[in-house]
Ligand binder design. Sequence first.
Ligand code: CP
Ligand code: NVA
Length: 311
Amino acid sequence: MTVMNSFLDIHKTDPEALRGMIANARAMKDARGGRPKGEPDDEQPLKGRMVALIFEKPSTRTRISFDVGVRQMGGQTMVLSGADMQLGHGETIADTARVLSRYVDLIMIRTFEEQTLLEMADYADVPVINGLTNRTHPCQIMADVMTYEEHRGPIAGKKVVWSGDGNNVFASFAHAAGQFGFDLTFTGPETLDPEKAWLEFAASKGHPVTIDRNPERAVDGADLVVTDTWVSMHDPQSARERRHNQLRPYQVNDHLMGLAKPDALFMHCLPAHRDDEATSSVMDGPHSVIFDEAENRLHAQKAVMRWCLGV
Ligand code: CP
Ligand code: NVA
């Protein structure tokens, strides 16, 4: 039987499947045992498979971790810029999806509008992976859950505090709170609150997101403190100054981290604007696991791709 699972979002994926992917990612990471990055895995589940990686926005981690991950598993990749494809010049997403499906076995796309991703998945005959949209970033949070658990054990029941913009990365944390069963607090200005739908999802799973405008109170007892850029790729540059002014009180600095649990972890999906949303002292300090997160994008996405293809 041909398996065809698209990985569109954490809230759209069965919790058991999500758990399975984290376990598989851990197992594959362990099995590599730190060998050189270009050396293939013992198992070659993507042998003979071709994967298209489409980017309509810039990327360092997503682009390289998917590319390396496919190669380690024996597959081949094509890294494509949306602007260089006919997609960027008026060809419909539906036609692009149907054409790509004749050439490749799996599509990963980073795009602006969620609708582009959904249409790609609707019309493609091969699985589609969400590599970030304006609304969500599920692959990142799979890596983040894996990273938390590597350092501190099960994330279920832990207190995770997001300080800053209620953006696409927060959205996937809210989905993960519902699916993995942790307590999520959002602290940020009301003007940059997360979408209600994301909060409703977590609440519907019995893990309502707490909203606290006071960052110092919010981080009290936190097991994990997370932030992200104050201006995302889809935000207009004209909003930069206003956002900075609104978000400055939510900067993650030594004072704020000091109010979390003594063994709290600090995460940031990167790229960061050092000394804006988080100080270098926190990013490079004892709580920080930001580069483990970046590495785990590779392992987590390998597991996501295997699940998509059932291999
Ligand atoms: N965190 C993340 O997705 O990074 P890139 O934008 O570099 O892919
Ligand atoms: N919120 C950021 C995440 C980048 C990985 C953005 O969308 O630009």
